[in-house]
Design a protein around this ligand. Sequence first.
Ligand SMILES: NC(=O)c1ccc[n+]([C@@H]2O[C@H](COP(=O)([O-])OP(=O)(O)OC[C@H]3O[C@@H](n4cnc5c(N)ncnc54)[C@H](O)[C@@H]3O)[C@@H](O)[C@H]2O)c1
Length: 255
Amino acid sequence: MNKASDVTNKRILITGGASGIGADSGLLLASRGAKVVLADLNEQAGNELAEKGQADGFEIYFYKVDVTDKASIQALFAYAMETLGGLDVVVNNAGIDHNPAPMHELSDDDFDRNIAVNLKGVWHCMRAAIACMAGKGPGHVINVASVAGLRSSPSISAYSASKHGVMGLTKSAAVEYAKIGLRFNAVCPSFIDTPMVRNTMAKIDERAQKAIVGASPMRRLGQVGEVSAGIAWLASDESSFMNGHAFTLDGGMLA
Ligand SMILES: NC(=O)c1ccc[n+]([C@@H]2O[C@H](COP(=O)([O-])OP(=O)(O)OC[C@H]3O[C@@H](n4cnc5c(N)ncnc54)[C@H](O)[C@@H]3O)[C@@H](O)[C@H]2O)c1
């Protein structure tokens, strides 16, 4: 009998894999028998996670990458292809946010940085993934976007623009490459309890903190495990007819 959401021996690359959603997804997938490369700017945290996973008997590796640097991305994909012997799933998860501010007060630097990491980084990683996976059987690219890529997000306009862009790339690629067996989907979480959100919470007043928690009708932040479980299902063949989709994990926020 097949295991539910089987990812045994799937070769999976996850960017932003040293923290939060990426780290939890990497460890979950590796614990279920996938072969995982975690990639991140944060070398120390990434190496510690890979060592911990290996000590638990998982096949998991770390490689340092800066997703704003095309050469660094090319080196990462070459490493993953060599180490895993190919790629079945690529999870483009590395991302940043910016301090909340009205659009006209947001700095050019915040805008440029969010586009460079969250959108252009995903663009380069998607193109590298396509080059590695085309002609080698089914492949799946999972982009971690956000509910901010699906609706208005007052005071985080640059972040929202970057994530709307990720949705455009995801849907266009889904249609362009379906004929060669590649699928592209996006995961769109609402507020999840990760270092990114904890950092934001630390900078805002109590009223704004309550607004973040209350944005979901379930009146709580999501947990990383609730996103990793979705990513793990997407990475399995059970998601085989899903393509070009925004997989929303938001406790009902967009309902
Ligand atoms: N936490 C949330 O509420 C939430 C909601 C929706 C979407 N997301 C998205 O989920 C993804 C993961 O976020 P998280 O909450 O786990 O955040 P996190 O800050 O815990 O992890 C993000 C990781 O990305 C890495 N990173 C940042 N810039 C990079 C770069 N240039 N190159 C390589 N790695 C880089 C960081 O080092 C970090 O390890 C992001 O794309 C984020 O936008 C998060």
